[in-house]
Design a protein around this ligand. Structure first.
Ligand code: B16
Ligand code: MG
Length: 216
């Protein structure tokens, strides 16, 4: 098999937290009187927290904010977001995702997480997958976030495989770009990671199995 390891993005691939991100950013934006909607929220997929804030601030018209004020807004958003994450539990992972992960494990594939989120460990704990993956590379161990490839390169290093033997699964354009920049083949899952250079495109998570089992 060509792929000996799979690096999964977390938000939008293993589980869905975009609604929580939206609600948390909306709380902050409303407080500051900044226009924010679901369309702008779609631009935040896979993008780091501070870069997300900069996208939201494109609509800000008040006096220029200092770096400290921006950090405070991002911290405030994160507190709201973390309290929303408390609603998550095992039911936030679909049976299809769980069954596919178990089947991939049976195939002897190394399974890693490559997420921009600094809350990846908390999310994995909430959904009951904190002890499942062989390695976790997330927003806490990187200097540069997607579309920079660092998070995936570190994940590959953690599972001791070169990029050419790993497959990256992503739901966002920034993630596909990061995979390409790191020399990884990639799978775009769903409508937000389509026609952006992905090696394969799928609509359902279990289609990963047929890609992995393909003869090259
Ligand atoms: P946090 P992923 C990303 O996770 C989210 O898609 C993105 O919307 C979020 O801004 C980013 O994590 C940072 O998250 O504020 O929790 O550190 O898709 O790379 O798993
Ligand atoms: Mg994602």
């Amino acid at each position: 098999m060509k792929y000996k390891g799979i690096i999964f993005d977390l938000d939008g691939v293993i589980c869905h937290t975009d609604e929580f991100h939206y609600q948390a950013w909306k709380t902050i934006a409303d407080k500051q009187g900044i226009y924010f909607d679901e369309i702008i929220n779609n631009r935040l997929r896979g993008v780091s927290r501070m870069e997300s804030l900069e996208i939201i601030l494109e609509r800000y018209t008040g006096t220029p904010l200092t770096h400290e004020e921006k950090l405070q807004m991002a911290d405030e958003k994160n507190e709201v977001y973390k309290s929303l994450l408390m609603q998550m539990n095992e039911t936030h992972v679909t049976k299809m995702v769980l069954d596919t992960l178990k089947d991939l494990r049976k195939e002897g594939i190394q399974l890693a997480i490559g997420s921009s989120s600094k809350n990846a460990e908390l999310i994995l704990k909430q959904i009951g997958l904190n002890n499942f993956f062989d390695a976790i590379s997330d927003g806490n161990n990187i200097e540069f976030s997607k579309p920079h490839p660092q998070v995936f390169l570190l994940a590959a290093e953690y599972i001791a495989l070169p990029p050419e033997n790993c497959l990256v699964i992503e739901d966002a354009q920034a993630g596909i770009e990061a995979a390409i920049a790191g020399g990884f083949d990639s799978v775009g899952l769903g409508d937000w990671a389509k026609d952006c250079g992905e090696t394969y495109h799928i609509q359902n998570f279990d289609e990963i199995l047929s890609i992995i089992r393909r003869k090259y």
